[in-house]
Design a protein around this ligand. Structure first.
Ligand SMILES: [Zn+2]
Length: 404
């Protein structure tokens, strides 16, 4: 084989095949460099002298399902200008890499469609080599999320893996990109983020979080000028939990049938949005029956349903009026569940009303959370935590399925 087929097949110039060896493992092409001028790989100087050669084997694109290795002597060059002895650069592979540029490019292409395992098998390369390649690519593109242009963010903690492992994730609500991943949950997990934010001179306009005191204080301290919005999904969830406890207490207190039987199994019906009730299964009838027989439950239920309209108010003024009116009626109901909720709403009044200054939520983070769960279900377990985090940073750019 002269140099031309080598160029046609693998894009390699300036080398000739001197010998071909074939085995079960695949094909090995022994190459010899043509008359190229030796250059220092560090400073490009031609003022070099040879210090022997090193044999390198570099894998390139497979041919006919067979792996192809390129085996070539690489001169060690002593440079008179920079005083170092180095291997000469190879044009078709990166220094210290065992894969050619062509194979790396092809593997990266395939990673958009296939798992790491599948790419490794298809290209007859080790899993680790493909993973390292992927990691390098992600590192280059997502290793340092840019914070300077951040305007609106959502912060939430997500549970990962088994046991109680948490990550605190910050999402850019304008681009959908994850911009920070902190270990654990609570205020401490965010400390490195605030530091980077200050360094980047970012001007955050709005933040969405749940109502936990940790976020309340952290945002107040680190972003005093930002509009802090309490996420409505979390507010509804909290209200639902309280209502669920209230129903359970009522069921416990109910003296025998019929009250007990009617309340039994109504937990999910109470938590469901009314428009999602399944008519065919008689869910609406059962809920109505339970509410008819139990006045306090009915009051609490309708007050909860009504509060959902808080987020549909047209403007801040209407929303303020709505909130005050709702809290007043909740107080007057004499039901502890409503009074308790009204007082937490009053306490978090600003954060609730802020939704009408800037209508954001942590909703988009839920989507990210689901994608992270998909990533984790893949069998690799992500022992390499840095790699796992890089995958999360790149999650919004995953073009196809979330593969390997
Ligand atoms: Zn040099």
């Amino acid at each position: 084989m002269s140099s031309t087929p080598l160029y046609r097949a693998f894009g390699i110039r300036d080398y000739q095949v001197v010998r071909t060896a074939s085995s079960k493992a695949g094909l090995t092409l022994h190459l010899r460099q043509g008359a190229a001028r030796d250059r220092c790989s560090a400073c490009q100087s031609v003022n070099v002298i040879r210090h022997g050669t090193v044999e390198r084997t570099i894998r390139t694109l497979p041919v006919g399902g067979q792996s192809v290795d390129l085996c070539l002597p690489v001169p060690r060059l002593g440079c008179r200008d920079c005083g170092l002895v180095r291997q000469a650069a190879i044009r078709f592979a990166r220094p210290f890499r065992r894969l050619t540029h062509a194979l790396e490019r092809y593997a990266l292409d395939l990673l958009g469609h296939m798992t790491i395992q599948a790419v490794a098998e298809h290209l007859k390369v080790g899993w680790d080599a493909i993973k390292d390649l992927f990691k390098c690519r992600l590192q280059a593109r997502f290793g340092q999320p840019k914070l300077k242009r951040l305007k609106r963010i959502a912060i939430d903690e997500i549970s990962v893996g088994h046991g109680h492992r948490y990550l605190t994730v910050v999402l850019d609500l304008n681009t959908g990109a994850v911009v920070f991943i902190g270990q654990g949950k609570g205020a401490d997990a965010l400390n490195p983020f605030w530091k980077r934010l200050r360094a980047a001179h970012a001007k955050i306009h709005a933040v969405a979080t749940d109502m936990s005191p940790a976020y309340l204080f952290a945002v107040r301290e680190n972003l005093p000028k930002a509009v802090h919005v309490f996420d409505h999904f979390h507010v509804v969830k909290l209200f639902n939990e309280r209502l669920s406890d209230f129903r359970r207490d009522l069921q416990r207190e109910a003296e025998g049938p019929p009250g007990k039987t009617v309340l039994k199994g109504t937990r999910w019906l109470i938590l469901k949005n009314p428009e999602n009730l399944d008519e065919a299964r008689g869910e609406r009838t059962r809920l109505e029956e339970a509410l008819r027989i139990n006045q306090p439950l009915a009051t609490a239920y309708y007050m909860k349903e009504e509060f959902r309209h808080f987020w549909e108010q047209d403007n801040l003024k209407d929303a303020t009026r709505f909130l005050d009116d709702w809290c007043r009626r909740a107080e007057a109901s004499k039901l502890s569940v409503l009074q308790k909720t009204a007082s937490s709403f009053q306490m978090h009044r600003t954060g609730l009303l802020n939704y009408h200054r800037c209508p954001i939520s942590t909703g988009p983070l839920q989507g990210v959370n689901n994608k992270i769960k998909t990533l984790q279900r893949q069998a690799y377990g992500y022992r390499d935590q840095e790699f796992f985090h890089l995958r999360i940073y790149s999650i919004h750019r995953a073009k196809y399925e979330l593969v390997g």
